[in-house]
Design a protein around this ligand. Sequence first.
Ligand code: ZN
Ligand code: ZN
Length: 282
Amino acid sequence: MRLFRNRPPDNRPADNHVHTRWSWDTPDASTMRRACERAIAQGLPAIAFTEHLDFTVWHEDDAATSQGLIDRHPAYQRPIDVDGYWAELTECRERFPELRIWSGVETGEPHLFATSVAEHLQDSPVDRVLGSLHSLSLDGQLVGVGRLLYADPDATMRRYLGEVVHMIESSDVFQVLAHVDFPRRYWPGGSEHYVEKDYEEEYRAVFRALAATGRALEVNTSSPLASVDQVRWFHEEGGEAISFGSDAHAPTAVGQRFDLAVDIVETAGFRPGRDRFEFWRR
Ligand SMILES: [Zn+2]
Ligand SMILES: [Zn+2]
């Protein structure tokens, strides 16, 4: 058996949330090729390149416009170079036939940018669409939640989770809810001071809304890991599907902490899908 000692476990799921240099916040050295090599070394069956789809200029039909939002703060976001993205993805599919490679986007605030997102996807359809809330409105601007937390972490967290419910109920463009409690990454004083249980009712409202649509909850392994309790709340509220996402912005982070995440999700009552490419199921 010594021969196989370093072989990765064969129950590792697909990584449905990976960024590369085609995302505005990811360095040039983070190539798809290196991410694929890492995925194969980790024993992952599949990888999805879900680049950030964020807008700094919006369509007149977007809800962001009708809500009177003027701009973003900060506003470093850049459009995806669709031609470059597809050229590298196609090359990787040829180079790594043993790995299933999905196209994707991580839509930021998709409920505020429905028309802009639809236009992008019409020109460049993808396999995986993640839905993310990174920002909340403040005085006519969309402001990154990390900045809002410092004024009032508790109120910001409750407002955030309430807005996630609204995002789920008013946008059906995404298949997976990414990093449900994104602000905990930036919790004042350190994420270890964040107490999930304080927001149980708010989480449950999110999970009820998501479960009602049959969509998947992501266990995000860049964020501080969800507890078994949190994933179980989703199960208790009728949640059907779980997606695993490293949210890697560097190739070395592809598939990070998936063994821990699998343990958590299994303990909370979910099982692998029919094959290794599917979401996990209740
Ligand atoms: Zn995100
Ligand atoms: Zn991401």
